[in-house]
Design a protein around this ligand. Structure first.
Ligand SMILES: Cc1ncc(C[n+]2csc(CCOP(=O)(O)OP(=O)(O)O)c2C)c(N)n1
Ligand code: SF4
Ligand SMILES: [Mg+2]
Length: 327
């Protein structure tokens, strides 16, 4: 019991004037899949995004995340419908603007787990610039990008990750532009956790989401997720169930062995860049991870220092002083 409260001996408590009462929380039940499952997903049967949702439910359940602390946000696209299917706080926002919305929420409420979901169009086209700034500022959130190499919701336009030659409504004779390489873009942008996975491999997706969840800072996962309607079979070469090979990055164990010298150092930016240069379907796993102060932490420190300097002045007094200085 805190100093501001007095037990009355009859189970009730008297709270000193001017002090907010501490409300005892009822015992918390374990988070279940049932509790976090919302509407039935409206994706086409066979869409890769179903498996992503299943993996996300699994992680929330496994980690027993506090239900009221889960926030899922998205822009616009088939993949961006994600927040509708998660029973928690969330918003389906403006096309490409999930990162700015999430930045405000993450900075104002650092106690929340901010998850973003979206597509290659939302993240690398219209939202590409926001992605870079979220990354360089290292704002705490986890961004899961379902990359299907096409604009699915708007029915087959060339996306920034569509390969050269892809025939779509915007490129009827085949795409001619160099596609974005998501891993290279994220390394150059300054994201502090960067991973790649595949919707056909649920266990690997779960591992990557858990690693991102544990990371403090701007974490991004690119997930190859097939659009069965407008770009079917494009990821077969990375899908063992369809005859492909799913090559997982072997991370260094720092055990001093000879074989460890060949393993990937996730803190090495250049090594991550080199991995990102491998031809399609490339490799899967954690490309890069570094420990850099988050904007959340830096901003908190700055506010505290300013508070100390203004020696307990109220917000109104600080505002008044600012106006006085401008006279
Ligand atoms: C400002 C604006 N421009 C364009 C659109 C149309 N639009 C909606 S979703 C989308 C692309 C979606 O592609 P992607 O992000 O890859 O998601 P997918 O549907 O493939 O999951 C576009 C161009 C829009 N809603 N708003
Ligand atoms: S159009 Fe493609 S991305 Fe959209 S729900 Fe259907 S299969 Fe999935
Ligand atoms: Mg897409």
């Amino acid at each position: 019991m805190s100093e501001a409260t007095t037990g009355n001996g009859d189970g009730t408590t008297t709270v000193a004037a001017g002090v907010s009462p501490v409300i005892a929380e009822p015992p918390r039940e374990k988070l279940t899949k049932k509790a976090i499952t919302a509407d039935h997903p409206t994706w086409c049967p066979g869409c890769g995004d179903f498996a992503v949702l299943a993996a996300f439910y699994k992680v929330l359940e496994k980690r027993n995340v506090e239900h009221e602390k889960i926030v899922t946000l998205a822009g616009i696209g088939c993949s961006s419908r994600f927040p509708y299917f998660v029973n928690g706080h969330g918003a389906h926002f403006i096309h490409g603007r999930a990162v700015p919305l999430a930045s405000g929420i993450s900075l104002a409420r650092p106690d929340l787990h901010v998850f973003l979901f979206g597509g290659d169009g939302d993240g690398f086209s219209i939202g590409g610039n926001h992605l870079d700034h979220g990354a360089r500022k290292n704002i705490n959130m986890t961004y899961f990008i379902m990359d299907n190499f096409v604009y699915g919701l708007t029915k087959k336009q060339t996306s920034p990750t569509s390969p050269i030659g892809f025939k779509s409504k915007t490129d009827p004779t085949g795409a001619i532009d160099q596609p974005v390489n998501p891993m290279k873009k994220l390394v150059a942008g300054g994201a502090t956790f960067i991973a790649r996975t595949h919707a056909a491999n649920v266990n690997h997706m779960i591992q990557m989401i858990e690693r991102a969840f544990d990371h403090q800072g701007f974490s991004v996962i690119e997930c190859l997720s097939e659009c069965v309607e407008f770009f079917p079979d494009v990821f077969d070469p990375a899908n063992p169930k369809k005859g492909g090979s799913f090559e997982v990055i072997q991370e260094k164990k720092w055990d001093g062995t000879l074989e460890d010298e060949l393993r990937h150092d996730v803190t090495d930016e250049l090594a991550a860049y080199k991995l990102a240069s491998l031809p399609f379907p490339g490799v899967f796993g954690v490309f890069y991870e570094t420990d850099r102060p988050t904007k959340n932490a830096l901003e908190k420190k700055w506010i505290e220092t300013t508070r100390e300097k203004t020696s307990g002045a109220s917000d109104l007094e600080i505002l008044q002083k600012t106006f006085d200085r401008m006279k």
